[in-house]
Design a protein around this ligand. Structure first.
Ligand code: PTJ
Length: 265
């Protein structure tokens, strides 16, 4: 389907279209379309912009990724379809390895996603030949690679399921999640939950990685200052503020867009 550029919700419709095409191509599973709809509902509520607490978490995520000895980005069907290029750019900026890890795993899907990422410029993407299992997980998500997620100290897990986030935390890894639902088990279990839309989150983290790379003292300060519980409380306060605005008849206009700048500290 051709979406007219003049449509007021062009960007959102394009995202859906990209996911549907990726589903037809065997990259996204039907469950991924449901997951996207849930994310969209939360994004509406949040005003479709990055909140101040999300920016703080994104900056902390960048600081932790930079300090990691073995940082890894985990990619599933939705992430590959929506943000394959952004993942590759972020992995290069850190630098980090990329591993395809699927909940609804099939060899064919892994192969297609690896191919998509490599076409976007990624080198030696892991996932096709897992050689380890994440303890305490019965799903196919447990299949991992020693050079990737299994051996990582910091893992970025966008659009995750709570079980694996929990299992990775049990393995003493720093788990950075991206999930618009602040109540999901993933957001609750991750070490650094980022409550933001995937595209915005990946681009903000990349900007912060570039900024903090040249300022290791500031990166260390950001790591020391970050508090998960306080940050999640700030997300709930932000939601309260949004709902209060709606209650007072301020309309559904998006919250003002915030740039990924130092103001997000
Ligand atoms: O490709 P696979 O087989 O690994 O499967 C991927 C999905 C996404 C289907 C799988 O991981 C899954 O079932 O995830 P869940 O448990 O549905 O959780 C997805 C979470 O991501 C939900 O809490 C959504 O609100 C959230 N979400 C969806 N789209 C976005 C999002 N968060 C941020 N940005 C989005 N674009």
């Amino acid at each position: 389907m051709r979406i007219p550029r003049s449509h007021p919700r062009y960007a959102s419709l394009m995202q859906r279209e990209r996911l549907v095409r990726a589903w037809k191509a065997g990259i996204v599973v039907p469950e991924g379309l449901i997951a996207h709809g849930r994310g969209e509902a939360w994004d509406y509520l949040m005003g479709e912009g990055t909140s101040a607490p999300a920016l703080v978490a994104e900056r902390a995520a960048a600081a932790y990724l930079l300090a990691a000895h073995r940082p890894v980005i985990s990619v599933n069907g939705n992430v590959a379809a929506l943000n394959g290029r952004d993942v590759v750019r972020l992995a290069k900026a850190i630098p980090a390895r990329i591993e395809v890890n699927l909940f609804h795993r099939s060899k064919d899907r892994v192969r297609k996603i690896v191919h998509l990422l490599e076409s976007a410029g990624a080198k030696s993407v892991l996932g096709l030949r897992p050689n380890a299992r994440i303890p305490g997980l019965d799903s196919k998500r447990a299949l991992a690679n020693r050079e990737g997620i299994f051996g990582a100290d910091v893992v970025l897990v966008p659009l995750e399921d709570g079980d694996r986030a929990e299992a990775l935390v049990r393995m003493k890894k720093t788990v950075i999640s991206v999930d618009l639902n602040p109540l999901s088990r993933t957001s609750q279990r991750a070490t650094i939950p980022i409550v933001d839309e995937l595209t915005r989150a990946l681009r903000n983290i990349e900007k912060f990685v570039i900024e903090l790379k040249s300022d290791p003292a500031e990166a260390a300060r950001v790591r020391r200052a970050y508090r998960k519980d306080g940050n999640l409380r700030a997300v709930y306060s932000f939601l309260e503020w949004r709902i209060d605005r709606l209650r007072r008849g301020a309309g559904v206009r998006p919250a003002p867009r915030r740039k990924a700048t130092k103001a997000g500290r």
